[in-house]
Design a protein around this ligand. Structure first.
Ligand code: NI
Length: 207
């Protein structure tokens, strides 16, 4: 595992006289470190995900920009007739039901799987329509493909004659919950309720 753990970077203030205090601090630090390591070992999603950088309307955005926050990450496309709007409305409702202090520690990220039609501007505008806390991202088809592969997201263009768009996209409708260290901790499906998602998000809010 090569997961960056900010707790490991913590340095303890030199305590010259109270040696016992220092030793206690080190023991606690080691305990936290070990606990965190065990949590990663038990995490079925530890092999998925990771950092990426894509384009928003106002420039590049990386997942690591949200370090310290819990991220709800969702892949979809702005012309989606049904599933995406439902899931993004749920994401918005999850955030609206948090306290202001909690909401400051939570962000939504929407990544389009339709980069040909969804420019960064369009993806951003779409996400913002649901909530100011959700950021919409796009990129080149290759960039999107790479990020989708990282997160095991599958998407397929389906020819759709009944639509002026000419095609629709079948895609994984999964909301990933990513903890404050950038590690995937949960994967919620389309049928999960607002309360269920909010509870899972709250569990990951640090402190
Ligand atoms: Ni969709």
């Amino acid at each position: 595992l090569c997961i960056h753990d900010p707790t490991m970077k913590r340095t303890f203030e030199p305590v010259s006289v109270l040696v016992m205090l220092a030793l206690t601090a080190i023991a606690v630090g080691a305990g936290l470190w070990w606990h965190q390591r065990s949590a990663d070992a038990d995490n079925p999603y530890a092999h998925l995900g990771g950092d990426f950088t894509l384009a928003s309307a106002s420039g590049p955005v990386s997942l690591s920009d949200f370090q310290g926050q819990v991220v709800m990450l969702y892949f979809g496309f702005t012309s989606c007739p049904d599933v995406c709007p439902t899931d993004l409305a749920r994401m918005s409702a999850v955030i609206s039901g948090l306290t202001t202090a909690e909401a400051a520690q939570v962000a939504g990220v929407f990544v389009t799987v339709d980069p040909e039609r969804d420019t960064p501007e369009r993806a951003s505008e779409y996400a913002r329509f649901f909530s100011p806390y959700i950021i919409g991202l796009s990129g080149t088809p290759q960039e999107i493909e790479a990020v989708a592969r990282q997160y095991y997201v599958i998407y397929n263009r389906i020819k759709y004659a009944g639509s002026a768009l000419g095609y629709t996209i079948d895609h994984t409708a999964t909301t990933y919950l990513i903890d404050a260290r950038g590690v995937i901790r949960d994967r919620l499906q389309h049928d999960a309720s607002v309360d269920e998602v909010r509870r899972a998000v709250r569990n990951l809010i640090p402190g």
